[in-house]
Design a protein around this ligand. Structure first.
Ligand code: GTP
Ligand code: SAM
Ligand code: SF4
Ligand code: SF4
Length: 341
């Protein structure tokens, strides 16, 4: 039993622990060029073998420990999390944790027609679905598998019909999908779905990121303002990464995730567990702490708590605050599909 409730534990920059992102699998059915370029993540790529993944029982135990240290929100991600068999059974385990207020999932949406209802019935509250374009050809090119937009649209519909909250994530990359900013905004406004424009980030070591390929929040807002009137809105929760606006005279939000041009490290309350059970204190910190081998060694719950506390209290990450093209090249980072974004 995890007795200790310590929701006031702070890192070296005085940031509390509030969120946990769990990557449940590193595999994916897409090959988005900004995340898993097909030339690198090909047939021979060494994905994690099944036995390296944390079991649902282990994840439940760790989630309980994190919640007793202040975590209120858990997000399941990947790779493509819906490729993890019986994911709803993990949600059924998490939903009973006292003090956990939100369980969410980030997905490319393809498998939602199959699983949305089971996920909702298990206790999932909401899904963030990635969709970078409404143009079939461009979307097919961006996802690297020539998948058309319709399967994702069907996923969105299935999530809504199941009663799940839905947001849409769109990564914008210069010279690739800027032409889709207005069509995506119109589509999401019509559907009353919150769309979040994500600045293209220098994740991992394989996406060949360049600063001049980033489309800034400012550029996107300037473009949106040619068609819509936007009003600044309050965040939904402390540490929310998206900066939110309302379309005037509507109840529809639009958000911007500005890791590159307006970093948000000072309020970063996030921890991450990779599919093979390493604890990371930043999306861009290449050093993981091996929780899996630690918990597989017969340790007590108190020892698990002390381990996580020890890591968090030494945390000083603020990668996005300090990012330049130079530092980005010289730093060793883990892949996005492995850590889960
Ligand atoms: N730099 C940085 N990017 C983040 C962080 N958390 C999430 N992101 C990025 O934000 C984008 C959207 O992530 P999601 O998985 O939808 O999660 P979220 O935005 O926290 O979702 P909500 O819980 O709905 O607020 C992805 O590109 C993530 O990589 C963070 O702490 N730092
Ligand atoms: C790594 S994916 C995992 C979950 C799921 N496969 C999906 O795509 O939604 C999580 C989020 O990270 C975003 N992402 C991936 N690579 C990115 C990059 N280079 N810059 C910004 N966001 C990125 C994706 O668009 C997605 O919204
Ligand atoms: S962004 Fe998501 S869907 Fe695209 S390759 Fe990465 S893990 Fe897969
Ligand atoms: S770059 Fe690291 S410290 Fe900054 S907000 Fe993202 S995860 Fe948090």
């Amino acid at each position: 039993m995890f007795q200790e409730v310590n929701d006031n534990m702070k890192d070296l920059l005085n940031r509390p622990l509030r969120d946990l992102r769990i990557s449940v699998i590193d595999r994916c059915n897409f090959r988005c060029s900004y995340c898993m370029p097909a030339e690198i993540f090909g047939e021979d790529y060494a994905f994690l073998p099944k036995e390296e993944l944390l079991s649902f029982e282990e994840l439940e135990r760790l989630a309980k420990a994190f919640v007793s240290l202040g975590v209120e929100k858990i997000r399941l991600t990947g790779g493509e999390p819906l490729l993890r068999k019986d994911l709803h059974l993990l949600i059924e385990r998490l939903v009973h944790i006292d003090g956990l207020h939100d369980i969410a999932l980030t997905t490319n949406g393809i498998y939602l027609p199959r699983y949305a209802l089971a996920l909702k019935n298990a206790g999932l509250k909401r899904v963030n679905i990635s969709l970078d374009s409404l143009n079939d050809e461009l979307f097919g090119q961006m996802n690297g598998r020539n998948v058309r937009t319709n399967p994702v649209k069907k996923g969105i519909e299935a999530a809504k019909n199941a009663g799940l909250g839905v947001k849409i994530n769109m990564v914008v990359k210069k010279g690739l999908n800027e032409s889709e900013i207005i069509p995506m905004a119109k589509f999401c406004l019509e559907e009353n779905i919150e769309l979040r424009f994500i600045e293209y980030m220098d994740v991992g070591s394989t996406n060949g990121w360049k600063l001049d390929e980033v489309v800034s929040k400012k550029a996107i807002i300037d473009l949106l303002k040619t068609e819509f009137e936007l009003m600044e809105a309050e965040p939904d929760y402390y540490g929310e990464v998206a900066k939110k606006y309302l379309y005037k005279d509507t109840s529809t939000y639009v958000g911007f995730i500005t890791s590159v041009t307006e970093s948000f490290c000072s309020s970063c309350t996030r921890s991450r567990i990779s599919a093979d059970g390493k604890l990371y204190t930043c999306l861009f910190n290449g050093k993981g702490h091996d929780l899996k081998h630690f918990i597989r060694n017969g340790v007590t719950d108190q020892e698990v708590l002390n381990y996580i506390k020890g890591v968090w209290q030494k945390r000083a990450d603020r990668y996005s605050d300090l990012r330049t093209e130079e530092t980005s090249r010289s730093k060793s980072k883990i892949e996005m599909s492995y850590i889960g974004g």
